[in-house]
Ligand binder design. Structure first.
Ligand SMILES: C[S@@+](CC[C@H](N)C(=O)[O-])C[C@H]1O[C@@H](n2cnc3c(N)ncnc32)[C@H](O)[C@@H]1O
Length: 313
C-alpha cells in the first residue's frame, strides 16, 4: 500500500483565523506531520517561534524536522506530551502563545500503520494509543471493562445503536481467549451489525475505543479550561493579549465542548469569534481529502483590554 501524506485540513481558513505575523509565537498542540506548522512558520520569520506539541514522539520528531527544513529562520521548540499540559509547560518556560491550534484526532500515518491498531482494514495489534508509551491499549479495555462501561463508550463516543449486543459479544468472546487483534474485533462487530451498504459496521466501535483509550474528551476539556483561564488573565498567563485560538474537531461531542467554551468567553466579553462558527470544508477540499468532511473549525481572538486577574496558571 502506498503511503498517504497527511493533508492539513482547512489550511487557508486556519491561516486566515490565526493571522500569523513575524516574531510571534505559535503553539501547535497537535503537530502531527507538521503541515499546519510549516504554513504558519513561513509567516513567522524573522524571529518567530513554533512550539510543537504531540503525544506521539515519532510524529513530533517528523514535524520538527520538516518545519526546520521548510520554514527556516524560526525557533522550534518540540514538547512531547498531552496538549492538556502544554499551557503549564509554556508558563514554566515563561513563554506566551500569540496563536494556538489544536487539530484533533489522529494523523494519516498513524491510521495507515497496522502496528498502531487504529484501522480495521488491515490486521494488527489492538492498540490505538496515540502515545505508544501510554499505559492502556484498546485490547486492555476490551479485556477488562464491565459490560455497562463498554456500552457507554460505544454509545457516547461511537453513537453505536447496537452498543449492548456488541458489548455482550465482546464479553462472551473474551471468556474464550484474549481479543488481541484489530481483525478479531472487527469480525466480531460485523457478526453483530450487518453492513447497510454504507460505512463498515466496525467503524463506530473503533472510533469509540480510540477516543476512550486516549481520553480524547478529557484532554480537550483540559485544554479548553486552560484557554478560559488564559483569557481571564488578559495577557498575563500563557495566552498573549489578543491571542488567536483555533480548534478543529471531528466529532460532535468535541465540537459541542469547543462551542460552549468559546461561547462563554464571547458572552463574558473576553473574546470575539473569528470567521464562520463552525467553518467546514468545501466540496473541493472534501474531494481531495475525505477526512475533512467531518472537520469543524471554531476560532476566537482574545480581547486585548481589561483588568488582569491574579495569575493562576
Ligand atoms: C490530525 S493530526 C494533526 C495534523 C497536523 N495538523 C498536520 O498538519 O500535520 C493530530 C495529531 O495530534 C496528536 N494528538 C491527538 N491528541 C493529542 C493530545 N491530546 N495531546 C497531544 N497530541 C495529540 C496525534 O498524535 C496526531 O499526531
Amino acid at each position: 500500500m502506498t503511503k498517504r501524506l497527511h493533508i492539513p485540513v482547512l489550511l487557508e481558513e486556519i491561516l486566515d483565523r490565526l493571522d500569523p505575523k513575524p516574531g510571534e509565537t505559535y503553539a501547535d498542540c497537535t503537530a502531527g506531520l507538521g503541515g499546519h506548522a510549516v504554513a504558519v512558520g513561513a509567516r513567522l520569520a524573522p524571529g518567530g517561534r513554533i512550539v510543537l506539541n504531540d503525544a506521539d514522539a515519532g510524529n513530533l520528531e517528523q514535524a520538527a524536522d520538516r518545519v526546520a527544513t521548510e520554514a527556516p529562520g524560526v525557533e522550534i521548540q518540540p514538547i512531547h506530551g498531552n496538549f492538556a499540559s502544554l499551557p503549564r509547560r509554556l508558563v514554566a518556560k515563561g513563554q506566551q502563545a500569540d496563536m494556538v491550534l489544536a487539530d484533533l484526532g489522529f494523523a494519516s500515518n498513524q491510521m495507515d500503520d497496522p502496528e498502531r491498531g487504529f484501522a480495521f482494514s488491515r490486521d494488527g495489534p489492538l492498540d490505538m494509543r496515540l502515545d505508544p508509551a501510554g499505559l492502556t491499549t484498546a485490547a486492555d479495555l476490551v479485556a477488562t471493562l464491565p459490560e455497562d462501561e463498554l456500552v457507554r463508550i460505544l454509545r457516547e463516543y461511537g453513537e453505536e445503536k447496537a452498543a449492548r449486543p456488541i458489548a455482550r459479544k465482546i464479553i462472551a468472546a473474551r471468556q474464550e481467549g484474549p481479543i488481541a487483534t484489530t481483525a478479531q474485533l472487527a469480525a466480531m462487530v460485523r457478526r453483530v451489525v450487518r453492513t447497510g451498504g454504507g460505512i463498515d459496521p466496525a467503524t463506530r466501535t473503533f472510533q469509540a475505543l480510540r477516543i476512550a483509550v486516549n481520553d480524547e474528551l478529557g484532554s480537550l476539556e483540559g485544554l479548553l479550561a486552560a484557554v478560559q483561564r488564559g483569557a481571564r488573565m488578559h495577557g498575563e498567563g500563557w495566552l498573549a493579549a489578543g491571542a488567536r485560538v483555533a480548534i478543529v474537531s471531528f466529532h460532535s461531542l468535541e465540537d459541542r465542548m469547543v462551542k460552549r467554551a468559546f461561547g462563554a468567553l464571547v458572552r463574558d466579553g473576553l473574546a470575539e469569534p473569528i470567521g464562520r462558527q463552525p467553518t467546514t470544508a468545501g466540496e473541493d477540499e472534501v474531494s481531495v481529502n475525505p477526512r475533512s468532511r467531518s472537520a469543524k473549525l471554531r476560532a476566537i481572538r482574545l480581547i486585548e483590554t481589561g483588568k488582569a486577574q491574579p495569575p493562576g496558571l
